[in-house]
Design a protein around this ligand. Structure first.
Ligand code: MN
Length: 591
């Protein structure tokens, strides 16, 4: 019987994967079987042949090599592939994970890999392959990072494999000497943990944070561990809270699952350092089955049950974090006046919260299109690469990467609705340069309010950049800006502009933040712009001064400030102005 390609073949594969004799090809049991099984759980239609082949090649290539722990080397790529299979990555990624150390550590060449497994697998393996220390010397590490990041810019799976590789190396760090332990743990916390955070892969981030904590601060770790062990069992309390919430949700017809979200060691510790004491109220995630609106319905329900603590509510659904994390956060005074933290989210949001960029691979059929990656999620990476791709010195690249990663990220919204990720405390000037037009900016509205150019932006701010238009009195970047600019590329551009235009240290202070002068300029420029839309210009301030008085302003400056603060519309003002200038007799406006 010819097999019809369109025939659903899911049940047979499913049977094979659940029956104990499921290995229908009578292949001997292989160490890679668990990887294949985990892969099939999320991707039942995936063809695992390439995974098995990759394992065989890797196993042969690493034959005779041992890890520091004394285990066969192949156990490492196998563990990395298992980790990625559990995360839900695609077939190609698992094959590449099994082969990820072959080119670096064995006689197997990139050419052979390319011929045997194709360009996709070889691209991923090459992306995580270190530069040879013997050949590149001291620059090898920096060059390796640059290559990895550039490769990840085209295919983010390179970074995902690197992270899984590091997780396994960290899990087995105990086998190493103490100097190399410290070195590896440091590098992990400086580069790989922030990368996991940027990509939103909380599962990896949490595990790496705890292992690093354990190795770099054993006594701090032991204290937190002691705290956990001394803590009374919260399960009965949380069960009763969850039961009450579920009953209440039924009355508003919201279906949800509730699960405890325990903090990890590092989170308890870093919070304790910030607050001076441990703050660890029980925490539940309410995962609703319906749409976003169900989250708000659930929020209303729990706030109806128990009083919310002021200042503890956050809406990350309306304003997602830079890594696309979404949830409602609230803390209520639960039964017995005990604070309980609640995270409310849909199933999709929950997937994104746990898996970040990996979430999109979990829903595919085992094949993946890395270019489908959410561009917003990778904005920071592309920004970094745009500006640092051509750094002459790989060390400069590594520095820029360190700088970028050491800063928290925020997400702001432009008036056009675009989301832009910026370093925390970035200013409107940073935003203007990120959007590609910083040189001529003269002001900004943050959440509708006129704000100084140096105002630090916060997560979720809505920002409108005001640009000067051609014909205004000269507007230009100011050396002042360098004092508050946060993003390296904005800094580069301002410095470049100043250098190109021959400004030295003594540059005039044109754009001092907050200043009244700034508001006056902004008001004048808004009026100028509105006038130009009517093909008009003012020869003198006289008509404007007259108009200011007739509108009840004490002087012209007061009017300009009102325009800048949007208490007085520029377009409306200009209509009045034109009428007054054209028909001077009618210019005796009321008052
Ligand atoms: Mn490795």
């Amino acid at each position: 019987m010819a097999l019809d390609a369109s025939m659903p073949h899911l049940p047979a594969q499913w049977l094979r994967s659940v029956l104990p004799w499921g290995n229908s090809n009578h292949e001997p049991v292989s160490p890679v079987d668990p990887v294949v099984q985990s892969h099939r759980k999320l991707h039942p239609r995936a063809d695992p042949a390439v995974i098995r082949r990759a394992y065989e090649v890797a196993e042969r290539a690493h034959k005779g090599q041992m890890r520091k722990s004394g285990e066969e080397y192949i156990t490492h790529p196998l563990a990395v592939a298992q980790l990625l299979a559990d995360l839900g990555m695609d077939t190609i990624t698992l094959a590449a994970a099994l082969l990820h150390d072959t080119v670096e550590d064995t006689n197997y060449t990139l050419e052979a890999l390319n011929a045997d497994f194709g360009t996709e697998v070889s691209y991923l393996v090459d992306g995580v392959t270190k530069f040879d220390k013997a050949f590149y010397g001291a620059a090898a590490e920096a060059e390796t990072y640059r290559k990895m990041m550039l490769s990840a810019g085209r295919d983010i799976r390179v970074l995902i494999i690197k992270l899984a590789d590091r997780v396994h190396n960290m899990r087995t760090l105990g086998a190493r000497g103490s100097a190399s332990k410290t070195r590896i743990a440091r590098a992990t916390s400086e580069v790989l943990i922030p990368l996991a955070d940027r990509l939103g892969i909380q599962r990896i981030k949490r595990e790496l944070e705890d292992i690093v904590f354990f190795h770099l601060d054993p006594s701090g770790w032991a204290q937190v561990d002691q705290y956990f062990r001394a803590q009374p069992d919260r399960t009965p309390y949380l069960n009763s809270v969850a039961g009450t919430i579920l009953a209440e949700l039924r009355t508003v017809k919201v279906h949800a699952d509730i699960a405890e979200r325990q903090r990890h060691h590092w989170s308890i510790h870093s919070d304790k350092v910030k607050r001076g004491q441990i703050y660890d109220p029980p925490r539940l995630a309410i995962i609703v089955s319906g749409p976003d609106t169900d989250c708000y319905a659930a929020l209303g329900a729990v706030h109806g049950l128990w009083r919310p603590l002021p200042g503890r509510f956050k809406d990350f659904i309306a304003s997602p974090k830079f890594n696309l994390y979404q949830s409602l956060h609230t803390t209520v005074l639960g039964p017995g006046d005990q604070p309980v933290e609640l995270l409310i989210r849909t199933r999709d949001m929950h997937e994104t919260a746990e898996y970040g960029i990996v979430a999109q691979f979990r829903i595919s059929d085992g094949t993946a299109n890395p270019e489908r990656s959410n561009p917003e999620q990778l904005q920071w990476l592309h920004r970094l690469l745009d500006w640092q791709r051509d750094a002459v010195d790989a060390a400069d690249f590594l520095n820029a990467l360190h700088c970028d990663l050491s800063e928290d990220q925020i997400q702001v919204f432009t008036t056009g609705g675009a989301q832009v990720a910026l370093p925390a405390e970035a200013t409107p000037v940073d935003l203007a340069y990120t959007l590609g037009d910083g040189d001529r900016m003269i002001g900004a509205y943050i959440n509708g309010r006129l704000s100084p150019l140096s105002a630090p932006l916060s997560d979720g701010d809505r920002v409108e950049i005001i640009h000067a238009t051609i014909g205004d009195e000269p507007v230009r970047p100011s050396a002042d800006w360098l004092e508050f600019i946060r993003s390296p590329h904005a800094r580069i551009q301002v410095t470049q502009w100043l250098a190109e235009h021959g400004y030295g240290e003594d540059i005039a202070q044109t754009a001092a933040p907050v200043s009244l002068g700034n508001k006056l300029r902004l008001g004048r420029s808004a009026i100028g712009l509105a006038l130009r839309q009517h093909n008009r210009a003012l020869a003198s301030d006289h008509p404007l001064r007259e108009l200011a008085r007739s509108l009840g302003y004490p002087d012209l400056d007061a009017l300009l400030i009102a325009v800048a603060e949007r208490k007085q519309g520029a377009a409306d003002l200009v209509q009045k102005l034109i009428r007054a200038v054209d028909r001077p007799d009618a210019a005796t406006l009321a008052g």
